[in-house]
Ligand binder design. Sequence first.
Ligand code: TA6
Length: 302
Amino acid sequence: MADQALAALNDRFGLAGKLAFVAGPSGLPHARIASGDYGAEVALQGAHVLAYGRRGEPPVLWTSRLAVFAPGKAVRGGVPVCWPWFGPHPSDPGKPAHGFARVSMWSVAASADGGDAVALTLGLRDDGATRALWPHPFALELSVRVGARLELALTATNTGDAPVTLGGALHSYFGVGAVTEARIMGLEGARYLDQLTGEFHAQQGPVTVAGEVDRIYEDAGPACTIVAPALGRAVRVAKSGSATTVVWNPWVEKARSLADLGDEEYHEMLCVETANAGADTVTLAPGARHTLGATIEVVPLS
Ligand code: TA6
């Protein structure tokens, strides 16, 4: 983004010492947020929260050291915004996986200093490019609130005159240090679709990882906790507007197949995604809206 465009964003939405717009890798505009001891970085492309954490502590969100920052390319890590579908397009494999929101350039709608948190709101509306992929008018907004918690709210409004059905996810990548030592509490007993086999199972005990995991948990409760002993901490993910939680670790073979994920990086990350995935779709009447929310907070190891 040209310097004058960044200057205009800073003039209108910048918050001295708390929110600045800068040129990220390959010149794409990023918002850099500082809120007390906490910080975050958000790419305007995809409204993509790339980083969140507390000064002096291991980052809460994980991003690959091989992540590619380029126009139209989703970044491997942080919180990709998957919308208006989750996973491969339901009928057209030629359309981008996880929808187009994460590779579209969003605009800045608002910023605010809330004292104990800094808020940034980004917006995306339909245009020729989106309608070519998904022939519906819409307004999409991501609210990002950075403080002792990271609060994300993705609000979709049907601005058309016909109902639309959509899916999506806040596809969060968490740093866990050593994934084989990590576990997810709060999904015990939930039914899940194993995307690797197409079979349904019931979760027995905490979720642990000793191979590729790609699961859509249904009727999962309002929160789960990622326990990461290697980092001496746990992260609580509370959610709203979502009946499914997706858990993914690529493990060895899938990691090797992804150019933007290091062969050994699967050890240090785990995706716990706040989703409307699989059978959990949302149908919006004309004028209706839906908010998919996630609140991410570091909590002590219990
Ligand atoms: O979150 C699970 C998943 O759907 C996996 O199947 C895997 O494809 C992952 O998302 C990453 O997708 P991406 O398109 O970002 O490479």
